[in-house]
Design a protein around this ligand. Structure first.
Ligand code: URA
Length: 210
């Protein structure tokens, strides 16, 4: 992907996102919409994958048919909200390898601290797609990508539902080689680190917690 930031402006994505933002949308509907939107975003983030061909036989004749080149993709979910995006993408790419990164924010330093990390092998030979619905400060996303790079990943893309300009800038400085795909670039972060206008706490809305 050539652009550092791609905002997917497909009418279906925009309409579903508006329904997700609405505070009266139920947990069940929010989850269903997230599943649907993640399929559309996955379509966009997997554009321009290197292709090869494979020899197959149709009922009429043999042919060299297009196929995605290389090892299976790696999907890396940033816990816990990343799992909401992950489920839908796995429907589209069922053979993908899956990793999880858990980070919490240290209340004193406000820096992300890792509490869980389980990554697929051979990351140096795979495209890794890191998923987290909300790119807010960008601190946890940048830290998760640091971990991936330490594990050998060289080809990484970041997929989110909403991005704040502050998070995009943080990612551009920390990881200029990682393209970001999002459904919306929102206005700003508020003093509590929430994206405005946003949709609230993505984890709480998808899991029905408070
Ligand atoms: N995480 C969320 O869930 N929502 C925000 O607005 C920002 C970070």
């Amino acid at each position: 992907m050539r652009e550092h930031l791609t905002v997917v402006s497909h009418p279906l994505v925009l309409h579903k996102l508006s329904l997700m933002r609405d505070k009266t949308t139920s947990t069940a509907s929010f989850r269903q919409l997230l599943r649907e939107i993640s399929l559309l975003l996955a379509y966009e983030v997997t554009r321009e994958l290197p292709m090869t061909t494979m020899r197959i036989e149709t009922p009429l004749e043999p042919m060299e048919a297009p196929a995605i080149e290389g090892k299976k993709l790696a999907l890396i979910s940033i816990l816990r909200a990343g799992n909401g995006l992950l489920d839908g993408i796995l429907e589209l790419i069922p053979a993908a390898r899956v990793g999880f990164v858990g980070l919490y924010r240290d209340p004193e330093t406000l820096q992300p601290v890792q509490y869980y990390c389980k990554l697929p092998d051979h990351l140096d030979e795979r495209l890794s797609i890191v998923v987290d619905p909300m790119l807010a400060t960008g601190n946890s996303s940048a830290a998760a990508i640091d971990l991936l790079k330490k594990a050998g990943a060289k080809n990484i893309r970041f997929l989110c539902l909403l991005a704040a300009p502050e998070g995009v800038e943080r990612m551009r400085l920390a990881h200029p080689d990682v393209p970001i795909v999002t459904a919306s670039l929102d206005s700003h972060l508020n003093t509590h680190g929430y994206i405005v206008p946003g949709l609230g706490d993505a984890g709480d809305r998808m899991f029905g917690t408070k």
